[in-house]
Design a protein around this ligand. Structure first.
Ligand code: ADP
Ligand code: MG
Length: 629
């Protein structure tokens, strides 16, 4: 009733209260605790700090405290610091802003929704002073004790706007978002020392490096893990006055999500669709769709041709010439990759068809085959997961196969004779005859150490042994879980895996779940875990890559998944590592066993990434290809 009348009876126009204006602004600028951390750390950096210390509690909702050794705020300016649209960073030209902040919005916004206190002392101030603001209510400036610099403390974030609180994702998610924000900024300021600590996290310490290229790379390694530099390639490219620098991972060092892609425009951290798309484009030929490069890219360009101030909280940018920037990123990364001896495989279904058509031999000879091989060699050597055979058209049927050269390079050649004798011999052998009637037929040969060629009564079947086995292991793992824990095997020596601290922490938190899968894992000092047992089902596996992928998987889905979904994902990630790698020679019995297992396992026609595990060419179609029909 009262509500109704409030809407129907028109009220006179009035100015919103200061607190309300600030709360509306807070809705834009302060989305979650991590946004507060971003604003406060940026203020510290704008003040020229060499050290920034961040402490949080309760995912930042209970407490965020940022202490710096920067310029400080003079006592008489403390009131202005928390007043709207008051800034010491004014410039005449909005396109030429050198500081991270300039709107004068952050502190009043925070003060309108939380309990904020600022204690500060300048270089020539005799003592420190302090001011407080709680839900918009300002307290008087008081003397305080402090060293030079500023401490900003935010307690009970969103206590004044309870509706906001409901949108928070829980302590763990918020505290990890804070970690991401700090890392993102820290990469752009290698000469500044950062620490992030609190009851809700394990401590992140980033000692000061310097501004040289080596210093930058050292900071990047502090953030991304000590093994990143060895597994990355330097990028340095220039086009029409736009400069691109940084590092990208080699394809085999890819991750299961894109969280580890950092980009900066004129020194500011950005998250931008155009840049993300360009990175994907640059790696399209060397990475399967479900893998992501690890990247740190710095774009430097005339501030007049980019707008980094589109939105105060969102870190997107607007380039005047998006095509130029995209071209620079794609070109710069591709060139660096190819200089590093890793050439892109050619792609496309057209290549696949060409391979089946007469003249395939010369196609395979002429161009990409060599480059493709070198990539494959690198891929094999690295033992990376998830190679997509559908992206390498020459692979199933290239030179040796086209020439009928079974058995070359020591590949399996149990069917020693030429193909045309197979029918005759199968006819003499009842067992083999029976196999011809099975859906996937009788195995005839293994080619290129990964493809099983099989024959049914009316078709030719080619099985990708790696993809097929991955699916089978996945199903077996899921089944084993239903009954009891998965059997594990002890490693002779525990394997130590270096990771970003948060990844190590996340894995440790899930160690019980992982133990159910037969993976025994524990913390091993800061930024590392020790693996003592692996699931027997996986056989000999690349523990490093497995653990990294599991960390990604958990980071991606930690808070949203049900337990069952999480178990399934872990099973899928593990299966990917337990599969018979391409490159393993199989005996005839092993090949036939694999085919029979596939027939018996529902869903085995596609691998865990949705790609086919086998293809079938009907005899009729083969005959058509040869012009026999
Ligand atoms: P902006 O950063 O856009 O100027 P803020 O609301 O974040 O707006 O801060 C307001 C002002 O308070 C800044 O312009 C600066 O003068 C002062 N200030 C805030 N934090 C610090 C700090 N850590 N050290 C020194 N001065 C600070
Ligand atoms: Mg600011």
């Amino acid at each position: 009733m009262g509500r109704e009348s409030a809407y129907s009876a028109r009220m006179p126009i009035r100015q919103l209260s200061e607190t309300m204006i600030n709360q509306i602004a807070a809705g834009e600028v302060i989305e979650r605790p991590a946004s507060v951390v971003k604003e406060l750390v940026e203020n510290a950096l704008d003040a020229g700090a060499a050290r920034v210390e961040i402490v949080t509690a309760g995912g930042g909702l209970n407490l965020i405290r940022v202490t710096d050794d920067g310029s400080g705020i003079p006592e008489q300016e403390l009131v202005l610091a928390i007043a709207r649209h008051c800034t010491s960073k004014l410039t005449e030209d909005i396109h030429d802003i050198r500081s991270l902040g300039f709107r004068g919005e952050a502190l009043p916004s925070i003060g309108s929704v939380a309990r904020l206190s600022i204690r500060s002392r300048t270089a020539n101030g005799d003592s420190a002073a302090e001011i407080g603001i709680e839900g918009g209510r300002v307290s008087a400036v008081k003397p305080a004790a402090a060293n030079r610099g500023t401490t900003v403390e935010v307690r009970d974030l969103f206590f004044a706007t309870p509706a906001r609180l409901k949108f928070m994702k829980g302590e763990r998610a918020e505290s990890s978002a804070i970690g991401d924000v700090v890392k993102r900024i820290a990469i752009a300021f290698p000469a500044v020392r950062f620490t992030l600590a609190g009851s809700d996290r394990s401590t992140l310490e980033l000692p000061a490096a310097d501004d040289s290229p080596e210093g930058r790379l050292r900071r990047v390694a502090q953030v991304m893990g000590a093994d990143f530099p060895d597994n990355s390639i330097a990028i340095d490219a220039m086009r029409d006055g736009v400069h691109l620098a940084g590092h990208v991972s080699i394809p085999s060092f890819s991750r299961a999500n894109a969280l580890q892609q950092y980009a900066y425009v004129n020194g500011r951290p950005v998250r931008d669709k155009l840049i993300a798309g360009a990175i994907r484009g640059a790696f399209a030929d060397v990475l399967p769709r479900d893998r992501h490069a690890v990247t740190v890219l710095f774009l430097t360009l005339d501030p007049a041709i980019v707008d980094v101030n589109v939105h105060p909280a969102k870190a997107d940018v607007r380039f005047r010439d998006p095509g130029l920037v995209r071209g620079l990123i794609v070109g710069g990364i591709r060139e660096a990759l190819s200089n590093a001896g890793i050439r892109a495989a050619t792609t496309g279904a057209a290549g696949m068809m060409a391979a089946f058509r007469p003249g395939a031999a010369s196609y395979a000879h002429s161009g990409p085959a060599n480059g493709h091989r070198s990539y494959e060699a690198a891929y094999r050597a690295s033992g990376a997961a998830g190679f997509d055979p559908s992206r390498s058209p020459q692979r199933p049927l290239d030179m040796e196969f086209a020439n009928g050269g079974f058995g070359e390079n020591g590949q399996a050649a149990f069917d020693a004779g030429p193909l045309h004798s197979a029918d005759a011999r199968a006819g003499q052998d009842d067992a083999a005859e029976a196999l011809l009637g099975m859906a996937l037929g009788a195995a005839r040969a293994q080619v290129h150490e990964n493809y099983i060629v099989a024959q049914t009564t009316d078709s030719l079947v080619i099985v990708d042994q790696h993809a097929a086995h991955e699916r089978l292991v996945y199903e077996a793992l899921k089944n084993a879980l239903q009954s009891r824990a998965v059997p594990s095997q002890m490693l002779l020596l525990p394997e130590i895996v270096d990771l970003a601290e948060e990844d190590a922490e996340r894995l440790a938190m899930h160690s019980e779940t992982l133990a159910r899968f037969g993976l025994a894992i524990e913390r091993f000092g800061p930024g590392a875990v020790a693996v003592r047992e692996t699931p027997s089902m996986l056989g000999e596996t690349n523990v490093q890559q497995l653990v990294r992928d599991l960390a990604d998987e958990i980071a991606d889905n930690d808070t949203v998944d049900t337990l069952k979904e999480r178990l399934d994902r872990i099973a899928a990630t593990m299966a990917c590592h337990g599969s018979v790698r391409s490159g393993r020679l199989l005996k005839p019995e092993e090949m036939n066993a694999l085919l029979r297992q596939m027939e018996a396992t529902p869903g085995s026609g596609t691998c865990n990434h949705g790609r086919p595990t086998y293809i079938e060419l009907k005899l009729a179609d083969i005959e058509r290809l040869f012009g026999r029909r």
